[in-house]
Design a protein. Structure first.
Length: 307
């Protein structure tokens, strides 16, 4: 995840707008951070954050599954002597380390590690992995990462069950590991795709882009994903197209090739009236947790200035 707003040129006009708005948003963001109230997580509607609207644990788990669909990963690592390490991880740029601390403190599990340019939230204790599995059972992932989660879950339960021989367990876990992540070739899935506003915000805070065209200052909202998640992107398109009955066909989907191997699908919204009447109202009053809130605020400020 990285900052994805393109500032305007010529001269310093765009940068000045961005700097001005960032100073304003920094104050708003500081108020949000000061208002955070972390509670012991349980699956109810207790308030987590006081802000523009009540932010509940229900909202958090929806945001968390969306953010995981964008940024999360499930890892299996062989250590030695038939010992395996299972981990759930989220890796971000170091500038967004506060997001990982928010996740850790709200869930009450995991650790945050940092290096010079990146940071990671890692859950690897067996008791805590069970909690991650419980969360995603109640709040399912809906991207292709759900398939990795299911394989990871199967391997983890096989490992802790201990009923099979060490040799058989090793072989079966290795085979499952070899089906995951970049090695996966089968993306067949019939699971329901449940999108709501906080899932979408979490997903956008991971993989969304707020773009300003340098030529004419027009705004573009974009989400890019691997073509293996085309079904999900079509579901997002349907969700957004049905937010406002006056704007029924505002989302475009296109495909492109990234490098020599990866086929990508790109969701875009470019119509100014749709942006101002659908996209801005959708995200404006929600509680954000990443630095992309500042990108969004810059983007909205430019929209207001160009109106």
């Amino acid at each position: 995840m990285s900052a994805n707003i393109t500032f305007l040129t010529p001269g310093n006009k765009g940068n000045n707008l961005g700097i001005l708005k960032r100073s304003i948003v920094a104050d708003i963001r500081a108020d949000h951070i000061r208002s955070l109230a972390f509670l012991s997580p349980n699956l109810n509607n207790s308030k987590v954050v006081q802000g523009k609207e009540d932010f509940t644990l229900e909202n958090f788990y929806d945001w968390f599954r969306g953010f995981t669909d964008a940024e999360g990963s499930f890892q299996i690592t062989y250590l030695r002597d038939n010992f395996w390490r299972f981990s759930f991880e989220i890796k971000l740029h170091i500038d967004d380390i506060k997001v990982l601390h928010f996740i850790k403190d709200t869930l009450g599990i995991g650790k945050v590690y940092e290096s010079e340019k990146s940071c990671r939230f890692i859950v690897s204790k067996q008791s805590e992995i069970k909690k991650i599995l419980d969360i995603f059972t109640n709040y399912p992932l809906i991207s292709s990462k759900r398939l990795n989660l299911l394989t990871w879950d199967k391997a983890f339960k096989l490992y802790i069950d201990g009923k099979d021989t060490k040799e058989s367990t090793f072989s079966r876990i290795k085979n499952l590991k070899d089906e995951m992540n970049n090695n996966r070739t089968d993306f067949t899935s019939n699971h329901p795709i449940n999108i709501n506003s906080y899932w979408l915000l979490g997903f956008v805070e991971g993989d969304g882009s707020w773009i300003v065209d340098k030529k004419n200052y027009s705004l573009i909202f974009s989400i890019a994903q691997s073509a293996k998640d085309l079904e999900l992107m079509n579901a997002i398109k349907f969700y957004i197209n049905n937010l406002n009955s006056q704007f029924k066909d505002i989302v475009s989907l296109g495909t492109y090739q990234e490098g020599s191997l990866s086929s990508m699908v790109n969701l875009t919204i470019t119509k100014t009236d749709a942006i101002s009447q659908v996209i801005v109202p959708l995200f404006f009053n929600m509680i954000w947790f990443s630095k992309k809130e500042m990108d969004f605020a810059d983007w909205v400020y430019i929209l207001a200035r160009s109106a």
